[in-house]
Design a protein around this ligand. Structure first.
Ligand SMILES: [Zn+2]
Length: 126
């Protein structure tokens, strides 16, 4: 990882800057321990505002997957997305190869559309 500074309060700009750098940032709630993989103003589980920025694991397990057959304008048709469990947090990303629920995947790339990054995962041979 580079000399990325982890901001005390995570906003979209610092989240996407970190992701472009290959680092997944999330938030952890001091009150209930819930982790999210995207910036939120308050804990989505308990509503606490006592949340801090954490660096998430970049390898995790496919929690759910789906193939987008009819893509939004500007996207290639037919790509697979997955919800990936990274430690305590879950994130949504593209997957670069065929994955199934339970597969281990790792952050391999960043897909950018109109300046907005999203994580790309690929499966890890076990
Ligand atoms: Zn909480």
């Amino acid at each position: 990882m580079s000399q990325l500074e982890i901001p005390e309060f995570l906003d979209y700009a610092s989240w996407s800057e970190a992701l472009k750098d290959g680092t997944l940032l999330g938030q952890e709630c001091a009150d209930c321990g819930h982790q999210t993989a995207a910036p939120k103003a308050a804990c989505v589980r308990c509503g606490s505002r006592d949340i801090s920025t954490v660096e998430l694991e970049t390898t995790g397990e496919v929690y759910s997957e789906s193939t987008i057959a009819v893509s939004p304008i500007g996207f290639d048709a037919g790509f697979q997305i997955a919800i990936v469990q990274l430690g305590e947090a879950k994130t949504v990303g593209r997957v670069s190869d065929d994955v199934e629920i339970g597969d281990t995947v790792t952050l391999s790339d960043v897909f950018e559309h109109e300046g907005q990054p999203s994580p790309v995962f690929e499966s890890v041979e076990e």
